[in-house]
Design a protein around this ligand. Structure first.
Ligand SMILES: C[S@@+](CC[C@H](N)C(=O)[O-])C[C@H]1O[C@@H](n2cnc3c(N)ncnc32)[C@H](O)[C@@H]1O
Length: 222
């Protein structure tokens, strides 16, 4: 049985964890894009285009945030985006104005997706599994809503391969858990492990930046 992966919020009550995270990301929404512009130039490169360029058909973006990926999808995609934070979604909706491929942007928890089994051809998550409380539960939900043969596409910062960087990030995780518990931010995860545990077939996993950035494409067995 796949393991559940730990929480980082200071509370064991799942509803309180989500409330704290929602409040955190609502508070970040206004400045998120500005901060991400800088981080992306340094670390992410073409990662978003790599992910979105492979999406096909009915596509779900989990934790869509302010919608930074929206313009990168092809016209053959019919996109649904979900996020925990109403304020992040408000910005995503502004971005989506006039984009015909964006079908819906709605509030939902990655660990309890409000969609039937096998509903999507593609599921995408970028820079999000680093903060959801339980990566295993989120990956299980992504698998459930994918059709057999459907594709999962991930981009995230993960546990680096270089030891001194890992030690530094362990310290940063400790500090973040105490100063910004609502962020849920983890620096030493590697969602590929949960993707494997949940029986996906890995097509591609590529790491860069001392192993700290990873992009993954994986198929739900047909
Ligand atoms: C670092 S931001 C990434 C946003 C976007 N994916 C991007 O690539 O810019 C993390 C996002 O995850 C969302 N989030 C965190 N936990 C979530 C959950 N359990 N369910 C849905 N969204 C969640 C937050 O609200 C926030 O918008």
């Amino acid at each position: 049985m796949p393991q559940s992966h730990s929480r980082n919020s200071g509370s064991d009550d799942p509803a309180a964890v989500l409330d704290a995270m929602r409040a955190h990301w609502d508070g970040q929404a206004a400045t998120y894009d500005q901060g991400m512009d800088r981080i992306e130039r340094a670390f992410i490169g073409d990662g978003r285009s790599w992910v979105c360029g492979q999406a096909r058909g009915r596509t779900l973006e989990v934790a869509v945030g302010t919608g930074r990926n929206l313009e990168l999808y092809g016209d053959d995609v019919e996109l649904t985006g979900v996020d925990l934070s109403p304020r992040m979604l408000q910005i995503a909706r502004r971005r989506a104005a006039g984009m015909e491929h964006v079908a819906a942007l709605r509030e939902a928890d990655a660990e309890h997706l409000p969609f039937p089994d096998g509903h999507f051809d593609t599921v995408v998550a970028t820079l999000s599994l680093c903060s959801v409380p339980d990566v295993g539960a989120a990956v299980a939900e992504m698998r459930r809503v994918l059709r057999p043969g459907g594709r999962l596409l991930l981009l995230d910062h993960v546990r680096p391969t270089v030891a001194p960087l890992r030690w530094a990030l362990r310290g940063l995780e400790w500090i973040t858990a105490r100063t910004q518990p609502g962020s849920g931010e983890r620096f030493l995860r590697r969602p590929l492990e949960q993707v494997r545990e949940h029986g996906f077939t890995i097509e591609t996993s590529e790491r860069s930046k001392a192993g700290a950035i990873e992009r993954v494409s994986a198929l739900k067995p047909a």
